[in-house]
Design a protein around this ligand. Structure first.
Ligand code: MN
Length: 227
């Protein structure tokens, strides 16, 4: 097939041990840790988690310098466990959901919090507060065959060596399998899809020059610097 314009490159993420994971879609879960839901002014007992998206080319590899984005004075970090799918389907039951997982990684759901607050107040979409350029830093993916499934363990983020966020994967309101099952009822999931599973409490702003180090037990750490 001949393309009328040059074909955009496929976004990929390194796989620990070799190879590249081609990214298809990025789904994100909002308010998936009760303490974070409360810090955002929501009641986790009354408002269940929900889904939003980022474009695939928002991915930034670990060890990058990420330019401070335009149109914000409140550029926030959200450290998250990322699920990388090697399978997919529709209406996947929770008990079969983990069969679709290729691996796991540490990710950051970077957010223009001021634009998000404005969008919430005006009942407008979140795309420009969540799905902007380079808004999805992601460390190399560890395969299930190497590290197994991640259902508990520490997740934390430091900024310039100081702890900002600290939680445990076992505190997810929707577990990995529940999230895959729920999401597959809304859309057909496919190999290459990523799911950012939500952030624990302690989100906050970063500025130019800050170094962010993210960690989930058992996975490869994520490090970026704000440029
Ligand atoms: Mn998030």
């Amino acid at each position: 097939m001949s393309m009328a314009i040059a074909l955009s490159p496929v976004t990929t993420i390194a796989v620990v041990g070799g190879g590249e994971f081609p990214v298809r879609r990025i789904y994100c879960v909002g308010r998936n840790y009760a303490a974070h839901a409360r810090e955002m002014g929501a009641d986790p007992d009354r408002e269940p988690p929900f889904i939003f998206m980022k474009p695939a080319d928002a991915i930034v590899p670990s060890e990058s310098v990420v330019p401070y984005p335009s149109k914000t004075q409140s550029y926030h970090h959200e450290i998250e466990l990322v699920v990388a799918l090697g399978g997919g389907g529709r209406d996947i039951p929770p008990e079969r959901a983990l069969e679709t997982v290729f691996g796991y990684a540490v990710g950051l759901d970077m957010t223009r919090r001021d634009l998000q607050d404005e969008a919430k107040a005006m009942r407008r979409p979140w795309d420009m507060s969540k799905g902007f350029d380079r808004s999805a830093p992601c460390a190399p993916i560890s395969t299930v065959s190497e590290v197994g499934h991640i259902s508990s363990g520490a997740i934390w983020l430091t900024v310039n060596g100081e702890t900002r966020q600290k939680g445990d994967i076992s505190d997810l309101i929707w577990s990995v399998e529940d999230t895959i099952a729920f999401l597959s009822g809304l859309v057909e999931l496919a190999p290459g899809d990523l799911i950012y599973t939500g952030t624990p409490d302690g989100v906050g702003a970063v500025v130019t020059g800050d170094r962010l180090d993210g960690h989930v037990d058992g996975l490869t750490d994520l490090r970026i610097t704000v440029g």
